[in-house]
Each structure stands twice: as C-alpha cells, then as structure tokens.
Write a protein that binds this ligand. Structure first.
Ligand code: ATP
Ligand code: MG
Length: 197
C-alpha cells in the first residue's frame, strides 16, 4: 500500500506539494494529471524516494521502478540499453522491443533514436524488471497514437505479470482512461479531485 500523510514540499517559501492524505491500494493503477507545475513530478519523485518531503510521512514499497519525465539513452545499442542491469533477460528484452515495435532498431546506437523511439526505449529499460510500485512520469508525452496504444498494451501485460501498483502522470485524458482506473487531478500542489475514471 502507498500512503501519504500531511506531506509537504516547499521550495524557498513556495509550497509546491501539499497532500494531507492519499492512499493507494496494492494493485491499483492511478493517473495523475494537472497543469504544468502542479506537482505531478514532485509527487512521483517523493514516492520514488528521489526527493524528500519537508514534512509528513510517506509509506511506499522499497521495490520501486521510476521512469523519469525526460527519457535518455546510455551508450551502446538499443538492445544493450534494455539489458542494462538485466543481463540475463535477453529473451524478455527482445519480447519487450517487439511489443513496443522497436525490434528493427535493436542493433542501432540508442543515441540515434528519435524522441518517441527514445521514450519507448526508456520504458523498455524499466519494464524489463518486475517491481511492486511502478512510477511513470508522462510515459507517452512524445508518442503518437500508435505508440500510446503500444504503451497501454505493454503496461497491461506488465501488470498482469507482476500485480504491481502503478502511478503515472499524463496530460492525455484518453491515455489516463485506458491505463488507469483512478484519476487524481493536482492543482498548485493540492489534490483537486480524486475518483474513478
Ligand atoms: N528544485 C526546484 N526548485 C524550485 N522549484 C522547483 C524545483 N523543482 C520543482 N519546482 C517547482 O515545483 C512546481 C511543481 O513542479 P513539478 O515538476 O512537480 O510539476 P509537474 O506537475 O510535473 O509539471 P509538468 O507538467 O510541467 O511536468 C513547479 O512550479 C516547479 O517550478
Ligand atoms: Mg512533470
């Protein structure tokens, strides 16, 4: 289970996140949305323990995977990138590349990919391993309609295999509705609404 109580994040004198209480049950898929600067990345980074809240308590599994908002590639081929930290999962890596229609690019230098291709590769690098809590920051921001559909398929498959909890952020209502069953709208760091989609 994920739980936040009285969590605040403050930069100088500006409160960018203020969550009195939030509970996410094991196995839930939750989409965070809200305007630029509303606190989505801040909340995800706090759940990933990459950022410390200034006050309050955060309960979340240790076994977390986090996809950052801005995808990047390491040196080496596309396949090398997926196998980073998962050397013994070659078969799964090839299957993931297939799912995200990247197979034809497997032997290409990862640093030559287009923005959308790179975003799908970054997702493969995360989905190659199981986890208890999957955190995805705008995983389809650079993707076209087909790419977004492929990500939905990959996520559904991953969830079926791992039974993990998912928290993702997005500006795309249709993606949120497909990938999650609950939508949390943030506004100036506060939860404006929270309900099933
Ligand atoms: N290191 C920092 N120092 C000062 N302010 C920060 C810092 N990091 C984030 N902020 C501010 O916190 C607010 C929330 O940022 P956050 O990245 O969580 O927004 P977001 O909802 O993810 O936005 P976007 O949709 O643009 O990705 C923003 O106003 C941002 O400028
Ligand atoms: Mg963000």
């Amino acid at each position: 289970m994920v739980e936040l109580r009285s969590v605040k994040k403050v930069y100088k004198d500006r409160t960018v996140l203020d969550v009195p209480q939030l509970r996410i049950q094991h196995g839930e898929s939750v989409a965070l949305t809200g305007a630029n600067g509303s606190g989505k990345t801040t909340l995800l980074r706090i759940l990933a323990r990459l950022l410390r809240a200034d006050s309050g308590t955060v309960t979340a599994p240790q076994d977390v995977l986090y996809l950052p908002q801005h995808p990047y590639a390491f040196r080496g081929t596309v396949l090398d990138n997926v196998l980073i930290g998962a050397k013994d999962r070659r078969e799964q890596a090839l299957a993931l590349l297939e799912t995200l229609e990247l197979s034809a690019l497997a032997a290409k230098p990862a640093q030559s990919l287009s923005g959308g291709e790179l975003q799908k590769l970054a997702l493969c690098r995360v989905l190659i391993r199981p986890c208890a809590l999957l955190l995805l920051d705008e995983p389809t921001a650079a993707l076209d309609t087909n790419g977004t559909r492929l990500v939905c398929d990959a996520l559904a498959r991953y969830k079926a295999q791992t039974d993990c909890t998912v928290v993702l952020s997005t500006h795309a209502p249709q993606f949120a509705a497909k990938a999650a069953e609950r939508l949390i709208v943030l506004c100036d760091g506060r939860i404006e609404s929270d309900g099933s989609i």
